[in-house]
Design a protein around this ligand. Structure first.
Ligand SMILES: NC(=O)c1ccc[n+]([C@@H]2O[C@H](COP(=O)([O-])OP(=O)(O)OC[C@H]3O[C@@H](n4cnc5c(N)ncnc54)[C@H](OP(=O)(O)O)[C@@H]3O)[C@@H](O)[C@H]2O)c1
Length: 337
């Protein structure tokens, strides 16, 4: 039977990507598109690219109705808003996949420090499973609350985890990453306004980006090492895409062949990781796909790894559907290839 899907935040960028993926999903159907608006707009008037593809209206957020109609609800809303809905949805026996940051960090104090907001649903933090299928597929299968990873952490963790776990590199490294402007969501800000973002590259939140603790937590927990990441994000003038270049200090004389063997060992069976050796990817090569492309080389000083994803697909909506597929026993790739 088709999995019935509700989306809160259906009018946003990830809302659109979720709808597009789910419209072509053979084992799922849209059951409730939710917005704070009470106007019941046609979703194709909000997202004109859906004209002729989806005749649904976006309906006001009503947890009773959403739960009645849905098996699973995606939350494509800002952080701090998601935790207002999660307890009510779980109480109504609906599974939840939260695209925001609200359930990614296990420690409420760490959350408060980095997101400048008290966590109001501390009790469900331990229940949330981090939704990175390449590492946590078994836990995701059993989960009723999935914290979908951040876009930058997806790119960085996929590139760093195997090398640190296998002891090929030191656990302290530099991650220099670039993101397209959709990473900031649909609402306009001074920094993402066209004339501000176009023809310019902006390093921002250097050493202070809220995705740093997420990378550190997950990598430390999964490798058993005290991981340190010097993370420098940049806003670049493109619509979508993330590229992360990581600089590692080799441990024990490891070279590019060792790196290749390690990535092969961890990812050979993974449907959404493409190993490219020294053929470095453009973000364009993964745009609109759920792939993470990984390339690498070794110099005298460093092992250098580059990962590329689409921030809205593998970095958000695509990975969220991948998680749904695992939770509901569908083909992992359904709707995503
Ligand atoms: N953009 C990315 O690349 C990316 C990647 C990974 C994760 N994420 C995360 O995914 C979530 C959605 O991101 P996005 O880029 O899709 O954002 P977006 O384009 O700004 O859309 C967010 C939607 O949430 C709704 N919303 C806003 N405030 C709300 C509130 N207080 N309560 C309920 N709904 C509210 C709005 O819909 P209405 O006005 O119709 O209610 C809006 O359309 C965010 O938490 C973001 O951090 C984004």
């Amino acid at each position: 039977m088709a999995t019935k899907v509700g989306i809160i935040g259906a009018t946003g960028y990830n809302g659109l990507e979720l709808i597009k993926i789910l419209l072509r999903h053979g084992d799922a159907r849209l059951a409730y598109l939710a917005t704070r608006s009470t106007q019941r707009p046609l979703i194709s008037s909000v997202h004109p690219s859906l004209l002729g593809l989806c005749n649904d209206r976006a309906e006001h957020i009503d947890l009773d109705k959403i739960a009645e109609r849905s098996d699973v609800v995606f939350l494509g809303v800002p952080h701090t808003a998601a935790m207002e809905y999660v307890p009510g949805l779980l109480e109504r026996n609906v599974k939840v996949i939260d695209l925001s940051a609200d359930y990614r960090l296990k420690n409420a104090k760490t959350y408060q420090k980095w997101y400048n907001h008290e966590h109001t649903d501390e009790g469900n933090l331990a229940r949330a499973v981090y939704g990175l299928p390449e590492i946590f597929a078994d836990e995701i299968r059993e989960a009723d609350l999935v914290a979908n990873p951040g876009c930058y952490p997806t790119a960085v963790i996929l590139g760093a985890y195997p090398l640190i776990a296998e002891g090929l590199v030191e656990a302290a490294f530099i991650a220099d990453a670039k993101s397209g402007v959709t990473g900031a969501g649909k609402k306009l800000t001074a920094a993402t306004h066209f004339p501000e973002a176009n023809e310019s590259v902006l390093p921002y939140k250097v050493g202070a980006h809220q995705h740093s603790p997420e990378m550190v937590d997950v990598l430390s927990q999964t490798t058993g090492k005290e991981v340190k990441v010097e993370f420098v994000p940049h806003l670049v003038p493109m619509d979508r895409g993330i590229e992360a270049t990581m600089y590692f200090t080799p441990a024990g004389g490891s070279d590019a062949q060792d790196v290749a063997a390690t990535f092969q060992k961890h990812y050979a069976e993974e449907p959404f990781v493409r190993l490219r050796g020294s053929s470095f990817a453009r973000t364009r090569d993964v745009s609109f796909t759920n792939f993470c492309d990984i390339a690498w080389t070794a110099t005298d000083a460093h092992v250098i790894v580059s990962t590329s994803i689409d921030n809205l697909i593998k970095g958000a909506a695509g990975q969220a559907v991948e998680n749904m597929n695992i939770m509901f026993g569908h083909e992992r790739t359904e709707g995503l290839l």
